[in-house]
Design a protein around this ligand. Sequence first.
Ligand code: BGC
Length: 513
Amino acid sequence: MAGGAHFDVGRKDYPGKLTGFVLLTCIVAATGGLIFGYDLGISGGVTSMDPFLKKFFPSVYRKETADTSTNQYCKFDSQVLTTFTSSLYLAALVASFFASYVTRKLGRRCSMLAGGIIFFIGAALNGGAKNVGMLIAGRILLGIGVGFANQSVPVYLSEMAPARYRGMLNMSFQLMITIGILIANLVNFGTNKIAGGWGWRVSLALAAIPAAIISVGSLFLPDTPNSLLDRGHDEAALNMLRRIRGTDNVEEEYKDLVVASNESKKIKHPWTNILKRKYRAQLTMAIMIPFFQQLTGINVIEFYAPVLFKTIGFGDNASLYSAVIIGVVNVAATFVSIATVDKLGRRTLFLEGGTQMFICQLIVGTMIAIKFGTTGEADIQKWYAILLVLCICVYVAGFAWSWGPLGWLVPSEIFPLEIRSAGQAINVSVNMFFTFGVAQAFLAMLCHLKFGLFYFFAVWVFIMNLFIYYLLPETKNVPIEDMAVVWKNHSFWGRFIDNDEDDNGKPPQTPEV
Ligand code: BGC
């Protein structure tokens, strides 16, 4: 069987239910996704507003206005502009490593709080920016905020959730990301119409609202039992577990958490530990999943949807309008994933979404090739543009119920406690690095690869489908501190784990195929 990937292992069902308390805490924590989403959505729109370009990037503005009749593929090729967009991701990349320390030593909610506050300051700086320096400084602070939130929120959600609902609860993070993107698109739509030319300030300053929500929210959040135990608060951990599971009958789960926490306490250096052979599978996933998530090309659509639509012939407003349509599809399709992930499993969603994206990319690439050829000049008809937007929507839906939420869920649930924080930092930093890379390269790539850009991403999506098919075992319904069994039972990854090496303190099990 392919990759020995369909085991039904670790089928432990601890008592307890999905309590209102857990639901509430998870919703509050997930609002950490709003800051990331808002930022992802706002940048594309703001950088296509003329008053913003005129003030901060006059050379880009001049090129854009002077260039009306030339190659559509190369119109917006400006490294300065992409550096502005990308500086946030580099900051987030670095910050996630600091966050991993805070998350492990001081608890998950501490990182969330730090993320919210720093993001808030960044938003204020951006809204009031007088020069490029202030703009970039603000963006760096936003990036630090995102680094902290993205490092801690997914882990928090996965630890709080009962195994049976972990997929669903964790995905509320991605849901908030997509809502953030949608709100940002709507905000841009409105602020672009402000006559005085200061609409961009409103767009950037409003980022303070989601920042305030997660900052205040995290003040009221309890820490996870896993983190409490890990930091030596045994009694509090037990009480918290009872509270979040809504029953006193939590002995079995608590025992497993204690075993995991004892393992974790032996580890002084998670960073060297994560490199051990027995964690090869987890390390590979922490690197490859975020890498692949970005190589789906989603952010080419997210960042530059307005630019892209302008390029393919929509007017100024129409381009933002299209971005709003994409935003709604993104949110709606995420619900599909939330509703099905714990039943269909991670692999099914990954593979279906991947196939859907692959087909759409081929169609979009071909449609653009037919119209624009290699010269990049075309007079695009309305129906053709509408068809293109439709294909892009189907592509976004595919992403939104697969790699979008799963790119955050899977890495947050596969690590044993002792390396979870470090593993999640790797996930965030790789994600940010390639978000940065794709953003930085996109305009140049569009200019040089032309319509081939879509084929380029299609090839990557094909490769990631193979990767998932052969190498990712199913993790649905497996208790988080029991996950080692899944890797041990996998026909490929099992080879990296010695039989006498028992991560969960339980006797090694044989694969049921
Ligand atoms: C990704 C982002 C992306 C967003 C789109 C997230 O999971 O990490 O890079 O822009 O989904 O919805």
